[in-house]
Design a protein around this ligand. Structure first.
Ligand SMILES: Cc1ncc(COP(=O)(O)O)c(C=O)c1O
Length: 471
């Protein structure tokens, strides 16, 4: 069988090789006793290290798919998979093509020892997490949290606390009964799309954009269309007239960093009004604003209840908490709650009580003030250093908010050589190319600075810029 590596596949290469061979065996394309190509040959063909291939073969062997051959090399196990093995291998059932084609999100929680410089976009500094306060709030919550099912929208004290906090910190106008506590952004968007749309409906998203949302909407059987972004935000004129929902990141476009202008916000709202469409405003990291003053959220400018605001604590506290929220017009809340109750009923009650206490006691505000100052400094240092040191051919995009800076280089080679070079020098950065899902991608890097200790920003920027000179 022909093996290939997909540079856009977020999974390790060993896993890609293992999966392709396993499928070939399970599907009978490799028959019992067939010889596998020697690891050395496969490694040379794919341009990977031999240990990458050996590891994949080792796993196949441990699971009984292949075995060593007298005289060296490996063959497919001579005995066809026993029924239980076949069952475990999942030979009879398959995900629908709609779901099977979704690539796993390239997020890797364990960067590995080779990653000396974790510059992935959106990664936080764990040392900033208010661990002492959170522990105290959790202990208090464990004593207090009721031991029964809760309200699907969240406990009243948290909904009230969030409504108040959103209006103070983001200018969102919400009452407690318009807030639903979710398990993060994807969960909120999943609920909203299911409540508002039938399969086959057209949804517009930003291109480039946040890939997991595109895939999530596609997995729901929606027809997702990419709409370009210019220096003012999504190009409203390019949104298809039949779109029923538009997903945007106006305070800090992911990944380009554009802040949607007030004019464009009004234009988008006007468009939605005349098209009868809904808007999801994903405000994922606007707490970290470095230069510009915040603009009024779409949700606040909305006069006829078309905007659903979505927020997350993945950037403000930690992605490990799996806590987010949505603010929807009141008339949608019952349907959202009915659906939510059938899926996971409600968020863990103890975590909700803890977050409500963290907000009420002022710890969240204090934590954000502290983190904002740290990230702002890292942003300034990285911005200045890259501005000075980037070799010709690279362009920095304005970055007024968030935890990453985007660098464009349209003629970046599309093969793995760039990533191998960065990996060999210990850098983990995001790929701009991967954030395109519809059109010819533009290449570049998303350089996260969240986890970069302030004293090392200059030295790391220098080493990174120096590495780019070799591309
Ligand atoms: C555009 C965007 N929205 C939302 C999130 C956070 O998602 P979640 O709340 O599911 O952790 C991210 C994380 O990187 C993001 O880039």
């Amino acid at each position: 069988v022909e093996l290939f590596l997909d540079p856009d596949d977020g999974r390790p290469r060993t896993v890609q090789i293992y999966e392709q061979l396993r499928h070939a065996i399970v599907e009978g394309r490799l028959a019992p006793r067939d010889r596998l190509a020697p690891t050395r040959t496969v490694a040379a063909d794919l341009g990977v290290s031999r240990s990458t291939v050996t590891e994949a073969y080792g796993r196949l062997s441990a699971e009984g798919y292949i075995q060593g051959r007298a005289g060296g090399g490996s063959v497919v196990s001579p005995v066809p998979l026993a029924p239980t093995d076949a069952r475990r291998a999942g030979a009879a059932l398959a995900a629908t093509p709609r779901v099977a084609r979704i690539k796993r999100s390239p997020y890797d929680p364990e960067p590995g020892a080779h990653a000396r410089f974790d510059l992935r976009p959106g990664v936080l500094d764990p040392s900033l997490f208010p661990a002492v306060e959170w522990r105290r709030c959790m202990l208090h919550a464990l004593d207090r949290a009721p031991l029964h099912y809760g309200e699907p929208a969240g406990i009243p004290e948290l909904r009230a606390g969030l409504a108040n906090w959103l209006s103070r910190s983001r200018g969102v106008t919400a009452s407690a009964d318009e807030v639903v506590v979710t398990s993060g952004t994807g969960h909120a968007i999943d609920l909203i799309a299911r409540v508002l749309l039938d399969p086959g409906a057209v949804v517009a998203v930003e291109e480039p954009g946040y890939p997991p949302v595109v895939e999530l909407l596609r997995a729901q059987g929606l027809h997702v269309v990419g709409v370009p972004v210019d220096d003012q935000g999504i190009v409203v004129d390019a949104i298809p007239a039949r779109a029923r929902l538009v997903y945007v990141t106006p305070s800090h476009q992911y990944p380009l960093g554009v802040v949607m202008t007030r004019r464009r916000r009004l234009e988008l709202l006007d468009w939605a009004g005349s098209a009868g469409a809904a808007i999801i405003e994903d405000d994922y990291d606007s707490e970290f604003r470095h230069t510009a003053r915040p603009l009024e959220p779409l949700q606040r400018l909305d006069r006829d209840g078309r905007v659903i605001y979505v927020g997350t604590f993945s950037k403000t506290l930690s992605p490990a908490l799996r806590l987010g929220l949505l603010v929807a017009p009141k008339n949608l809340i019952p349907a959202i709650c009915v659906l939510r109750q059938m899926i996971d009923w409600c968020p863990p009650l103890a975590t909700q009580v803890a977050l409500a206490t963290l907000i009420a006691d002022g710890h969240l505000d204090r934590h954000l003030r502290r983190s904002r100052a740290v990230y702002r400094e890292r942003h300034r240092l990285l911005w200045d250093a890259l501005g000075e040191l980037l070799p010709g051919g690279y362009r920095l995009l304005p970055a007024e908010a968030g935890l990453h800076i985007t660098i464009v280089r349209p003629d970046l080679p599309a093969d793995r050589s760039v990533w191998s070079l960065l990996e060999s020098r210990g850098f983990m950065v995001g790929s701009l190319r991967r954030t395109y899902r519809f059109n010819e991608p533009v290449a570049g890097f998303l350089v996260g600075f969240g986890a970069l200790p302030t004293p090392s920003v200059s030295a790391v920027s220098r080493a990174f810029a120096e590495t780019l000179e070799h591309i």
